[in-house]
Structures are given as C-alpha cells and as structure tokens.
Write a protein that binds this ligand. Structure first.
Ligand code: ATP
Length: 218
C-alpha cells in the first residue's frame, strides 16, 4: 500500500471554485500526494456563518471533484454541530491513518497569515505539514512583515527547502508552493450573482447549474 502523503484542503467552499481546484491539483501533483481530501466546514469558527447550508456546500464540492481521481471529499465537519476546528479534524485523521504516514494541510497564503488565530495552532505542526499556496493579493515577499511574531518564528524554523521532503516525515514542515495565480474568491462569486451577473468560467458548470437550479446567493 502506498505511503505517499495525504493532502487535506479545508474551507467553507461557499461555493467551491477554480481557485480551490487549481490549488488542489497543483499541490497534489507537485508534492506527489496520494490524494487531496476536500473537507468542507460545518459552522466555521473563524468567520461569520455562511448563508447557505453545509449540505449544499458539500453537494457542490462533490459535483466539483467527481471526475478527478486525485480528489476525494470528507464530510465529517459538516456532520458536527457547533464549531469544528481543524486541529480536531487532523487529530481524528491522524488516528485513522496511523502515526507514520505524512499528512499535508493545504492552505492559501491568506489563510496561512491568519494561522496563529486558529485553535491550538501549534499542535497542527505535530499532526501535519503545512503547505502554503500562493494567492493573488498576498505576495510572498511581504509575508515576513505581515506575520505575527510567533508565526514568523515557526515559519523560519520549519520551512523545508525541498518540497518533496514532506514524504520523509509525518508532520512538522512548512512548504511554500507557487501555483497559477487565479484571483477568484467565493465572495467575488456571491457578489457577482447578487449583482445579476454570471460567474461562469470562475467555477465548474456543474456547480453553477446547482446554484442556479436552487437560486442560491441571489
Ligand atoms: P471567501 O471569499 O468566502 O472568504 P474563499 O474563496 O477564500 O472564500 P475558502 O473556502 O475560504 O474560499 O478557502 C479555502 C482555502 O482555499 C483557503 O486555504 C484559501 O486560502 C484557499 N483559496 C481559496 N481561493 C484561492 C485562490 N484563488 N488561490 C489560492 N488559494 C485559494
């Protein structure tokens, strides 16, 4: 059985879009991951609650990933009542896959800059590597200035020069991956629909069909 790392991409996916899918594809291929698991949040702890249900966000993620053998969906957070924390999800996953197989937590640069506000964030490094993908608007050359001190210290100590080194340990490293710069956000898509414009070409047609059929975000 392969012991290649498993990638985890959490998010609200409200809705899922091509920014998420390219991130998962490029990091999955670049780091030779076994799979990338999309983990839609339940009630997110870090932001105001999304307006549509977790079941709908989950359904859209399922539609978006269904033709891609590298992608899977993990619905555990959508089943939880109350806030779900990444550290709890990773703890559960770690128990399921055992102590030795590498886990990679995939985040965009914006999410990483917020990292020190996440619940028990130091523990995350004992559970997984953190793989940070470039995101437009969050240029890497200004990161050091925008990171709070405790995060900057972890960043300096944990950054792996060789990204494929995530295969060599179960957790603990930080890797930065440049990906195609797609300046797409779920906020932009919701605003676009609310304004009566089409978000076509920002997200898969299957997801757009789902949104239109249910008249979401109008
Ligand atoms: P919203 O606009 O509602 O805040 P979002 O588009 O940022 O949403 P999330 O579901 O919050 O989407 O993001 C999940 C993860 O995907 C986060 O780690 C985020 O940084 C990353 N991500 C989202 N969009 C992009 C993008 N265009 N490029 C790179 N990373 C992205």
């Amino acid at each position: 059985m392969s012991s290649a790392p498993i990638g985890i991409l959490g998010g609200t996916f409200d809705p899922v879009h091509y920014g998420h899918l390219r991130l998962a594809q490029e990091v999955g291929e670049g780091l030779k991951l076994q799979e990338v698991r999309f983990v839609p949040s339940g009630t997110p702890p870090h932001r105001t609650a999304p307006r549509i249900s977790a079941v709908e966000r989950l359904a859209m993620v399922r539609l978006a990933v269904r033709d891609n053998p590298l992608f899977t969906v993990d619905e555990r957070e959508t089943r939880r009542s109350g806030p779900g924390y990444t550290v709890d999800t990773l703890t559960e996953l770690r128990q399921e896959i055992g102590a030795t197989r590498p886990l990679c937590l995939l985040v965009g640069a914006d999410a990483f800059l917020d990292f020190a506000t996440w619940s028990r964030w130091h523990e995350l490094f004992t559970l997984a590597h953190v793989v940070v993908a470039h995101r437009p608007g969050f240029p890497v050359d200004t990161w050091q200035d925008r990171m709070p001190q405790p995060l900057a210290r972890e960043y300096a100590a944990r950054t792996l020069r060789q990204p494929l080194a995530v295969h060599l340990a179960p957790a603990g490293g930080i890797v930065i991956i440049p990906i195609a710069a797609l300046d797409i956000s779920a906020t932009m898509i919701r605003d676009c629909i609310r304004a009566g414009a089409s978000p076509r070409y920002l997200l898969p047609d299957s997801v757009l069909d789902y949104i239109q059929t249910r008249r979401l975000y109008v």
